[in-house]
Design a protein around this ligand. Structure first.
Ligand SMILES: C[S@@+](CC[C@H](N)C(=O)[O-])C[C@H]1O[C@@H](n2cnc3c(N)ncnc32)[C@H](O)[C@@H]1O
Length: 240
């Protein structure tokens, strides 16, 4: 009987195709199967598009369905889909195939990879995770502003979380990263204004991509915000 293959989660960074590790590059070349997690079957994932130029033409790439539905409202439906995806990956591992799952940014930050990983870990199957550059780290690099310095704290919250939780994080930390901004951007604009923070943030959309956009204007936060948008709030920073 063949040995089981390994399930690898690799981070491809937020947008710049050159921002991947040598190890991720090597695994992409050596993989038996590459999994591209997609929100809509037939539509290539963002992660796939980032590393498309690194994938050999002969490579087997399969789309895997991760519907974009609310985790809190439709958890059961999502869990059934994650388990079905884990079953499909297990079948490939059982044939001795190494499976590389592409993730946007880092695989351990708000990633669909991590849900499937849990099922495979519970089944005792070989897994390995390779870090990628998280979107908010590259945001800081792009704008040349540190996330934290000295004794400062950093909070990370997504706008899909409850409004109470978002407010608590806004109040506790000197520096705050807001992810999935488009999920509740008008509320975020209101809360920044309430706290006098309307000039203490930067919002970056499509980081590392051709259409990257940077704004510090609160009015932009009240309009339509792209899905790939991340905010950095810094309370004590001398903004130029
Ligand atoms: C499902 S999470 C994926 C996070 C990812 N694993 C990471 O390490 O950054 C999607 C959110 O990540 C952020 N994001 C990912 N890529 C981005 C990019 N290129 N530009 C701006 N924000 C991005 C946005 O906040 C987006 O709503």
């Amino acid at each position: 009987m063949k040995d089981y293959g390994t399930y690898y989660g690799v981070g491809v960074g937020p947008g710049d195709p050159e921002l991947i590790t040598l190890k991720t590059y090597r695994l992409i070349q050596e993989a038996d199967v590459i999994v591209s997690p997609t929100k809509k079957m037939g539509k290539p994932s963002i992660a796939y598009r980032i590393v498309e130029s690194h994938i050999p033409e002969s490579k087997t790439v399969i789309d895997m369905d991760f519907p974009m539905i609310s985790l809190s409202a439709e958890r059961e439906k999502l869990e059934a889909q994650w388990e079905a995806n884990a079953d499909a990956i297990e079948a490939m591992l059982a044939e001795g195939k190494d499976v590389v799952f592409l993730t946007l940014g880092d695989p351990m930050v708000f990633s669909t990879y991590s849900y499937v990983l849990r099922y495979l870990q519970q089944r005792g199957l070989p897994t390995d995770t390779l870090s990628g550059v998280p979107s908010f780290c590259n945001l800081a690099a792009q704008i040349g502003i540190p996330l934290t310095q000295g004794e400062e704290s950093l909070g990370v919250v997504a706008m899909t979380q409850s409004e109470e939780e978002v407010c608590a994080i806004l109040d506790v930390h000197k520096n705050v990263v807001i992810m999935k901004v488009s999920a509740n951007n008008a509320f975020l604009a209101e809360e920044l204004e309430k706290r006098g923070l309307e000039k203490s943030f930067v919002l970056v959309s499509n980081i590392g991509m051709a259409d990257q956009r940077i704004t510090r204007d609160i009015e932009d936060l009240k309009g339509k915000v792209p899905y790939l948008s991340t905010m950095l709030i810094k309370k004590d920073y001398q903004w130029l």
